[in-house]
Design a binder for this molecule. Structure first.
Ligand code: HEC
Length: 262
């Protein structure tokens, strides 16, 4: 009872009895984690590795080589970013012209078929490579504008029927386009008929109408219209004339005429 209350405790005679051992143990302890740098679970690494593996495989298989063409639907014309000239992305002149020609061919298709193979049972001749389609362009133009009657031999078959005039509402550009479409579709490979050339045909047709003449026939076409419509040939990419006042190109189908008349 006489020990004062606030006497400090007796110092331990053997402080840190196991000091050596404790230091070794303390050295083995992991460092206390600092805020924000806590150790990450191994599972996190494993998960990340799996995700990367799948993502890599997915891109490898489905990226299409990161080629922009891979993702562009055929015929797709991108919207123009501001400041880009339209010419840089529009289609070649000949593609536009052929598209117009195919549209104008709609009226012909009713008789000659969408694939130009005609219908021999009903007396509609095919438009595949022959002297009337891929030959002299003036013949084809006069058939379309004036219509045709009388016997006509097409690819070895004789037809004798009546084709009505298709001139109504055809501009020079329409006429040139539908002629070009016929001359360059279904394996046909003849020269382009430009609007300038087609205008000459419209002029000829006007004279014909003024003279009171009706549909043309095969022998008349051979006698009077075995010509290429005059006009400069054009660059298919741009539609620009290649030279002033050309001869309208070569009549691809005319060897057949030569062969026939031999
Ligand atoms: C109403 C039916 C009809 C329509 C429409 C028609 N044709 Fe014809 N076409 C004929 C017939 C029938 C003949 C054969 C005439 C004959 O026997 O003399 C013919 C003959 C032709 C020929 C010569 C023979 C041949 O087959 O190569 C050409 C070329 C031709 N047509 C192109 C056209 C084009 C191009 C159009 C559209 C702009 C067109 N036709 C629209 C019925 C038609």
């Amino acid at each position: 009872m006489d020990t004062p209350r606030n006497t400090p405790p007796e110092p331990n005679p053997e402080p840190d009895q196991n000091e050596g051992l404790n230091i070794a143990a303390a050295a083995r302890e992991k460092e206390e984690p600092k805020a924000g740098r806590e150790p990450v679970s191994l599972w996190t690494f494993l998960l990340a590795a799996i995700v990367l593996l799948f993502a890599g495989a997915y891109l490898g298989n489905l990226s299409g080589g990161f080629d922009n063409e891979q993702f562009t639907a055929l015929g797709y014309t991108p919207h123009l970013p501001p400041g880009v000239e339209a010419e840089e992305v529009t289609r070649a002149w000949i593609d536009e012209y052929m598209t117009l020609g195919r549209r104008r061919f709609g009226v012909c298709a009713g008789c000659h078929g969408t694939d130009g193979s005609g219908n021999s049972a009903q007396g509609f001749p095919p438009l595949h490579d022959n002297e009337w389609t891929t030959g002299y362009s003036e013949k084809l133009a006069m058939i379309i504008l004036a219509g045709m009657d009388g016997p006509v031999e097409v690819n070895g078959v004789v037809y004798n029927n009546i084709m009505p005039s298709q001139a109504a509402g055809l501009t020079a550009r329409d006429l040139g386009a539908v002629m070009t479409y016929v001359r360059r579709s279904w394996g046909n490979d003849a020269s382009i008929v430009t609007p300038e050339m087609a205008q000459h045909a419209l002029d000829l047709y006007e004279e014909r109408v003024a003279a009171g003449l009706g549909p043309v026939n095969a022998s008349e076409l051979r006698a009077n219209h075995a010509n290429m419509l005059p006009g400069a040939e054009v660059d298919p990419e741009t539609g620009e004339p290649l030279s002033e006042g050309g001869d309208g190109g070569d009549p691809a189908g005319e060897e057949e005429v030569a062969a026939l008349s031999r």
